[in-house]
Design a protein around this ligand. Structure first.
Ligand SMILES: Cc1cc2nc3c(=O)[nH]c(=O)nc-3n(C[C@H](O)[C@H](O)[C@H](O)COP(=O)(O)OP(=O)(O)OC[C@H]3O[C@@H](n4cnc5c(N)ncnc54)[C@H](O)[C@@H]3O)c2cc1C
Length: 378
């Protein structure tokens, strides 16, 4: 008899399962995706959408249609709780769903340590849809008025957002004051050469960098730094790293220190063999993986195989995170920074390479006519 396989979240690690769920159907299984949205936005192209390099429909997957076109089922909602004993998931609506095998790819959020406020002026950089909301607000700003934009966080997401906001405001001919509050150091986990390139680019484009102090609190229109200074803003972006959802801890499922579901080499919960997961919401036992989309993408074939194998009592495949990964930053001025280990390279070519790699990934899983859809308005 076929099994009920449930996908909680239609993120980057579930793409292969979603696009191929007819293969499960042909073997008698039922696959259901539970997702709060019909669309999943690809984060790697999010900053480019903010600046207008990409249209929203170029950077998103219609996960609802992807499921329904391939004999899968789509259920709108968010998973709030798991009960491994009864094999049930509870959704935000209160509805419960029973599973034989479940896989989590619910991503991560931005820590809310400095601000609990999110409104049409303050945007955490995740979910990526927030960048589209921000773009809509900023483009409504009166021409010739000065606009003050603060980006809190000096990691890759903060840098890309700051660079792409500068492109957006300059193309809209807005006079802008853009500040990035980078904490101790801009891109502190990266080589000096990467930092120097970003600093030079931002200096040229008049993006102010604050470092050596952290933002303590973000209020409605003002951020307070640890050194007591304040920064007034019209719009703020929060790019303070990543935080897994509390759902695993709330459900008594073993987690790593950060709260991500602890999984073994098969991407399987260390306590519950019928629970799997991938992407930012997991912690791999014995190896700390950075929260980058690269790993979520690499996990695709393993989850595709293992969910089927678990349902059918077959041998699981182990996940190999692979060696060093490549990141290319989109600086928003037509250039990119290629970073892989100690190899750093910047200019127009790295941006074109990123554009090529990202578009190749999109086209592989945009199997539901996404690019022909009309531009969404929020
Ligand atoms: C601005 C920005 C740029 C980035 N650029 C890059 C890059 O160039 N390269 C790179 O490798 N990494 C990049 N990253 C990191 C990357 O975003 C993450 O590592 C990646 O998104 C992880 O993918 P994921 O599928 O685990 O999570 P997500 O992309 O967050 O997807 C999770 C999905 O689950 C859904 N969901 C959430 N909660 C629930 C729930 N309770 N129930 C059901 N569904 C739920 C969400 O709607 C979403 O569709 C970037 C991050 C940001 C913020």
């Amino acid at each position: 008899m076929g099994k009920d396989i449930v996908l909680a979240g239609g993120g980057h690690a579930h793409m292969t399962v979603m696009a191929n769920c007819q293969a499960y159907h042909e073997r008698g299984h039922r696959v259901t995706l539970i997702s709060p949205e019909d669309y999943h936005y690809y984060s790697g192209m999010g900053p480019g959408m903010l600046s207008g390099i990409y249209k929203p429909q170029e950077i998103r997957f219609n996960v609802k249609k992807m499921m329904e076109d391939h004999h899968g089922r789509f259920l709108a909602g968010s998973v709030n709780r798991v009960n491994p004993d009864t094999r049930q998931l509870t959704l935000d609506s209160g509805e419960t769903i029973t599973y034989d095998v479940v896989s989590f790819n619910v991503g991560s959020g931005v820590p809310d340590d400095v601000s609990h406020i999110t409104n049409e002026k303050i945007f955490p950089v995740k979910p990526i849809l927030n960048l589209l909301k921000a773009k809509e607000q900023i483009t409504k700003w009166p021409k010739h008025g000065n606009i003050r934009i603060l980006v809190v966080g000096g990691g890759p997401a903060g840098v890309e957002v700051a660079g792409n906001i500068q492109k957006l405001t300059s193309e809209k001919r807005l006079t802008s004051d853009i500040t990035i509050a980078a904490g101790t150091q801009l891109l502190r986990k990266f080589p000096e050469k990467v930092r120097a390139i970003v600093e030079k680019s931002f200096q040229r484009r008049e993006i102010k960098i604050i470092k050596g102090t952290h933002v303590k609190t973000v209020h409605e229109r003002e951020a307070v730094l640890e050194n007591g200074e304040t920064i007034k803003f019209d719009f703020a972006f929060l790019a303070l790293g990543v935080k897994p959802p509390s759902l695993f801890q709330d459900s008594g499922i073993p987690t790593d220190k950060a709260g991500g579901m602890l999984v073994n080499q098969y991407l399987q919960s260390i306590a519950h063999p019928e629970i799997f997961g991938g992407g930012d919401c997991i912690g791999l036992q014995g190896q700390l993986l950075e929260k980058v989309g690269v790993y979520a993408v690499r996990e695709n074939p393993v989850l595709y195989h293992n969910l089927m194998a678990c349902a059918e009592g077959k041998t699981l495949t182990a996940f190999d995170p692979g060696g060093r990964y490549l990141l290319i930053f989109n600086l928003g001025d037509g250039t990119g920074i290629f970073w892989r280990g100690n190899w750093v390279w910047n200019g127009k070519l790295p941006f074109h390479l990123k554009d090529y790699i990202d578009n190749r990934f999109m086209k592989r899983f945009q199997v539901s006519g996404e690019r022909n859809e009309t531009e969404p308005s929020l």
